[in-house]
Design a protein around this ligand. Sequence first.
Ligand code: SF4
Ligand code: SF4
Length: 151
Amino acid sequence: MSMTGSVGGTDRRGVRELGAEEKVGWDAVPQGVVLTSFDGTSENSALIKPEDRVYSDFNSYTATVASWRIIKPVYNRDICIDCQNCWVWCPDTSIISRDKQMLGIDYDHCKGCGVCVEVCPTNPKSLLMFGENMDNDEALAAWPEKKKKAK
Ligand code: SF4
Ligand code: SF4
């Protein structure tokens, strides 16, 4: 399980692998059943940080889709200006940001679409896509230099 920065998440983040053998089709769910997102009360859950919420097994937070990915974004803290563009645009809420500071990638839920890299405005970019098997430290060591503006 991948955790990033100081936001470790709960033990329940990404505990289940959403492989084909584990999928439960909607035809297996009885009509009228309520699939709750939280164990216990959901009161004020919008005001609680994700890592502090008690998600149920029916919530996607407890499932990981990491194996769907063949390329991954790697984050370079040294260049990031905390503009939050990646956080706004990520279609899977897989950018971890707290108090307007970018902390990294939630690799349990990121699907490797590359949108965060596209919208990153720094030079060079603070997020780049690498092969899934690339070690993050190696990726950081291979980071490109700043591009000079054409005259
Ligand atoms: S690659 Fe796609 S899913 Fe993953 S963090 Fe970037 S925008 Fe989100
Ligand atoms: S878009 Fe780039 S510069 Fe902006 S917060 Fe994300 S990684 Fe940092």
